[in-house]
Design a protein around this ligand. Sequence first.
Ligand SMILES: [Zn+2]
Ligand SMILES: [Zn+2]
Length: 161
Amino acid sequence: MTTQCKICSKRQSRANPLASCTACKATYHRACGQITDPIFNAILNDAIEWKCLQCRRTSSRVSGTFLPSTSQRKLSSNPTNETSTPTPDVSNIAKLEQTINSLANELQTIKSQQSVINTSIDKFSNGLKDLQLITKTLGEHDRRLETAFQVGLFTNKQCTI
Ligand SMILES: [Zn+2]
Ligand SMILES: [Zn+2]
């Protein structure tokens, strides 16, 4: 194994082991590859597939680094949870239908009440017409009575004197 660091060209030692990129197979010291401790240990234990900074820049969004893959999983799992909850909406629609039905019933009762009111208004207006007729005829009677009274008064005066 004559592997050496791609950055500093030094070989690996016990204190400074080398981690290899899964894409370009280049090897890096922890500090040279700008790798954090937990990730570096995971690379050495073959726990993860790691890509160096250059490979990550050239072919972004390929699995290999810890944080992007887990955050992508979280991002993709949330919308599916939101879209898989249309069941409460159905019950809401049923409730809406119920309220609409009750409103329609109320409207019908209001309409029937209005028809009753309309007939009573018709009766009232008819009664008013009758009253107007009566007052007219009464007025005529009054005038006749007045003239009769004036004549009568005259005769009455004559009578009393
Ligand atoms: Zn190095
Ligand atoms: Zn690489």
